[in-house]
Design a protein around this ligand. Structure first.
Ligand SMILES: [Cu+2]
Length: 65
């Protein structure tokens, strides 16, 4: 899945978001591009739980259509 996190602005944000994703699914593959505010996640889990986890970390994610 591909998420857009508009308020992810630096490496610190990317680290916090990576940690949040891994807490949901330790097996998840996370690929982040801060420049385009993109978080790509490969996981068997659905998008909703990752959206919630990233929100709880203080960011505003949306599924990129
Ligand atoms: Cu940051």
């Amino acid at each position: 899945m591909e998420l857009e996190v508009k308020d992810m602005t630096c490496g610190h944000c990317a680290g916090v978001i990576t940690k949040a994703v891994k807490e949901v699914d330790t097996q998840a593959t996370v690929d982040i591009d801060v420049a385009t505010r993109t978080v790509r996640i490969e996981s068997a889990r659905g998008a909703d739980i990752f959206l919630s986890a990233i929100q709880e970390s203080g960011y505003t994610p949306a599924v990129r259509a």
